[in-house]
Design a protein around this ligand. Structure first.
Ligand SMILES: [Zn+2]
Length: 413
């Protein structure tokens, strides 16, 4: 403590930025922040993390062709200035030794490694392990929800944001018990512990949770509604028309999160994101995670056209965030994926805007080990300055680990 104080004193005398106070934070994975000057001027106060579940690099390419212009987050311009690749391996996939150099390139017709498993042994991550790494900066075995192999509950970006007196929210087109959203507010050994996930979410400090409701509470609606209310969620709603920004903490469960805006009954990801930005915006800043869950589900089902609709809905939500950021420099938008799903590929010489949905082919019904994309809106030069020596290079871009995405988020909270 004394040492840090001396450094602050010294740095203020020398008129260089002071060290960011992170003494409240117990997550050991951000220790390095204490020794850096990342966000020392606290210019950035809001961090928005978009996770396209199952969105591999070929999904993004197909989306660009389908849209007829680059997806919002795939643009390279002054604001979308940082792009990288991310390794998605979990402990389950790392334990299964594969030829890494072969498994990291984009799926193509000659690739066989995208089959996903050999002799029944999993060699790719699932959304639980990958989401937990994005949320906490540690590696996990598949199915774990932010609970490490020693059984420790590892603090998440959502929990860190709350400790720092920020607001925090989660939006997912999946259910509240879906693996990806769960990794931000729950801690349990398997993703199928629905009861524990529902209870952990109720006891989390999240200000806003908006998900799909597929009879989430089953026959225990009254028990769970009470549990959420006892824990400070002043409203539990099931209809779009009941979205109410005057409530202090809100749980919204909707029949469906649709891909089209302006449905009178059910919201789109973009509409929920717009509501969340208004709801969470405050002097201290906020953390928001938004998941496009059906990019993965439609890829498992090999439904190219519907996957593209989901990808466009995901991009529309990001585009809305980009517009919201116009004229302000206090917000980071980070877009990545937890893993690739389906081993999607297409022949780019034959694909065009009108036929891309019919050109898509699939190599697996499961996940692959393909690296995914990372795009950042906003100025992260201080993070890159401190941390870029940790990255190798792949196909001309920096190559991150998924645990680094947590470090980026936490650095700017
Ligand atoms: Zn999946």
């Amino acid at each position: 403590m004394k040492k840090i104080f001396n450094m602050i004193l010294l740095s203020s005398l020398l008129l260089i930025p002071t060290y960011k106070e992170v003494t409240l934070v117990e997550n050991q994975n951000i220790k390095f922040i204490k020794d850096s000057r990342i966000n020392s001027d606290k210019k950035i106060k809001n961090v928005i993390l978009f996770i396209g579940d199952g969105m591999g690099p070929n999904h993004v390419d197909a989306g660009n062709i389908f849209k007829g212009s680059p997806l919002t987050f795939d643009k390279v311009d002054e604001k979308w200035s940082y792009h990288a690749y991310v390794n998605t391996d979990s402990l389950s996939s790392e334990a299964f030794k594969l030829d890494t150099s072969k498994s990291l390139i984009r799926p193509d017709l000659n690739q066989t490694l995208y089959k996903g498993s050999t002799n029944g042994i999993t060699c790719y991550t699932d959304s639980a392990a990958a989401g937990s790494s994005l949320a906490t900066g540690k590696k996990y075995t598949n199915s774990s929800i932010s609970l490490d192999i020693e059984g420790n509950e590892v603090e998440t970006t959502l929990e860190i944001a709350k400790k720092l007196n920020k607001k925090a929210g989660v939006i997912s087109s999946d259910q509240i018990t879906g693996a990806t959203p769960s990794t931000f507010y729950a801690h349990c050994p398997t993703r199928n512990d629905y009861k524990e996930i529902l209870e952990d979410c109720a006891r989390s400090k999240a200000d806003l949770v908006l998900c799909k409701n597929k009879s989430t509470f089953k026959n225990n609606k009254e028990y769970y509604e009470n549990l959420y209310k006892e824990n400070g969620f002043d409203k539990v709603i099931y209809n779009k028309k009941d979205l109410d920004s005057s409530s202090s903490r809100l749980l919204g469960l909707f029949d469906k999160i649709t891909t089209k805006d302006n449905d009178y009954r059910v919201p789109s990801l973009k509409e929920l994101t717009g509501f969340a930005l208004d709801f969470l915006d405050n002097e201290n800043g906020f953390f928001l995670m938004v998941e496009g869950a059906y990019i993965d589900k439609q890829s498992h089902a090999h439904q190219g056209g519907m996957m593209l609709d989901e990808l466009m809905a995901f991009d529309n939500a990001i585009s809305l965030c980009e517009s919201w950021c116009q004229g302000r420099d206090d917000t980071l938008i980070i877009v990545t994926a937890d893993h690739e799903t389906g081993g999607l590929y297409f022949d780019s010489s034959k694909a065009n805007k009108d036929n891309i949905d019919t050109q898509i082919k699939w190599l697996t019904g499961g996940h692959s080990r393909t690296r995914v994309d990372l795009s950042v809106y906003g100025d992260i030069s201080s993070f890159i300055e401190c941390y870029s020596s940790n990255f190798s290079t792949l196909e001309g871009l920096p190559y991150w680990d998924n645990t680094d995405v947590f470090k980026l988020c936490a650095s700017y909270l």
